[in-house]
Ligand binder design. Sequence first.
Ligand SMILES: Cc1cc2nc3c(=O)[nH]c(=O)nc-3n(C[C@H](O)[C@H](O)[C@H](O)COP(=O)(O)OP(=O)(O)OC[C@H]3O[C@@H](n4cnc5c(N)ncnc54)[C@H](O)[C@@H]3O)c2cc1C
Length: 459
Amino acid sequence: MDQQIVKLLKKIVGEKGVLTSPEDLAVYSYDGTFEECNPDIVVLPESTDQVSQVVKLAAKERIPIVTRGMASGLAAASVPFSGGIALVMTRMDKVVELDLENAIVHVEAGIVTADLQTHVEKYGLFYPPDPSSIRHSTIGGNIACNAGGPRCLKYGVTGDYVLGLTVVLADGSILKTGGKVIKDVVGYDLKSLFTGSEGTLGIITEALLKLIAKPQYARTVLVEFSSIEDASKTVNEILLAGIVPATLELMDQTAINCIEEAMHIGLPTDIAAFLLIESDGVELETTTQEIKSIAKICEKTGATKISLAKDESERANLWKARRSISPSLARLSPNKLGEDITVPRSAIPEAVKRLKAISQKYGLPIVIFGHAGDGNLHPNILFDKRDPEQMKTVELMVAEEFEVALALGGTLSGEHGVGTLKRPYMEKALGEVSVGIQKKIKQVLDPLNILNPGKVIPD
Ligand SMILES: Cc1cc2nc3c(=O)[nH]c(=O)nc-3n(C[C@H](O)[C@H](O)[C@H](O)COP(=O)(O)OP(=O)(O)OC[C@H]3O[C@@H](n4cnc5c(N)ncnc54)[C@H](O)[C@@H]3O)c2cc1C
């Protein structure tokens, strides 16, 4: 990078806010996928104003900017393939205001999601969206991907909690959209446009988030099945009975075995699948009653064993296990490609069957787990990227996974986003007209194409 530009960037964010050594560039080169590419420079701003000044400079010099939270993304969306500036938001991690009366929190975008949750819970409040990466992802990244998570079945996704945003636009101007009001229909809903835009339309620097009262009680059951179809059908039966538990998570045998090998917490390894189901609420009696009703349904739908977590430590262990699936898969193969197709709930058994058939056809394992209550499955292909043949096979397998989702009336991604990995399939999923509109939106908001170029929108 031109030394004059480095000097100007240091003037904006200070000496310590600019990193250029090869080691530092490598640290900011990858995300949660197997993709990597160094940026030319790393910039760590500490305020909305600094972000605005950096963007003004980048626009003048036509330098690409890839915004980055904690880089836990699973679509290669924060990998800086075009070089330029990696704009890392993690120093903007403050709670600006906690408005207890209105149950609204104002935060900077770089706050780690779990830290925000811990903070508001001290005051009896609750921020429900819970991507399994809560300890290593930021609110800005969650908003930019409209992240989901196990609890989103009952409580909704990140976007459902966004009341307002501060966004630095591609020319450096600062947009404030939304506010502390719950209802607001004045003009187009710009906060929803930036939610899920993966850093391609603007840089989110601050957010106003809705909170709710913290549920006081939770009851969790682990339900075992001898077939993944029985487990999938059970999901539908529970929801059709009018019960919406906080979570309804599905794991297949390979996922269970991987977790058990990694964590030794006593999970059964001889079963085909299990469901991790949690009910929560403000009263112990209703929460307990709900989990009992769920257990009764599971008995009728072929569960082979139903185990209730006896105390908070058993419950915490089960959730630790669930959050460890992704990392524990590394024991089976050096690389994985975790997709997150979504299908109508009734199509889950068929989707699982077809995904397993793809695995058999190509000879690489596909581990399946996911937020079954939302019809959101995470088929993870396990492979070794050092083997060029396997890389080619993975591409064919992914294309077939997407075919399965679309053929069953579903879509490419429920929560991870498009990044670069799903970009080639956008038109197939959305159609020419929708992609055309999205290209126009991108052109209007980022005419120089400097914000995360090459992501989401096909050329
Ligand atoms: C083990 C594991 C489990 C996961 N579980 C889930 C899950 O349950 N649910 C789920 O939805 N996802 C999950 N993910 C994916 C990932 O954690 C989410 O997509 C998360 O929202 C990314 O946040 P981040 O801060 O790491 O963003 P990054 O990965 O740094 O960035 C992701 C995208 O957001 C953009 N971005 C980041 N910050 C900003 C900002 N301030 N303004 C504008 N754009 C920005 C980036 O440019 C990029 O396009 C998981 C990932 C891992 C590794």
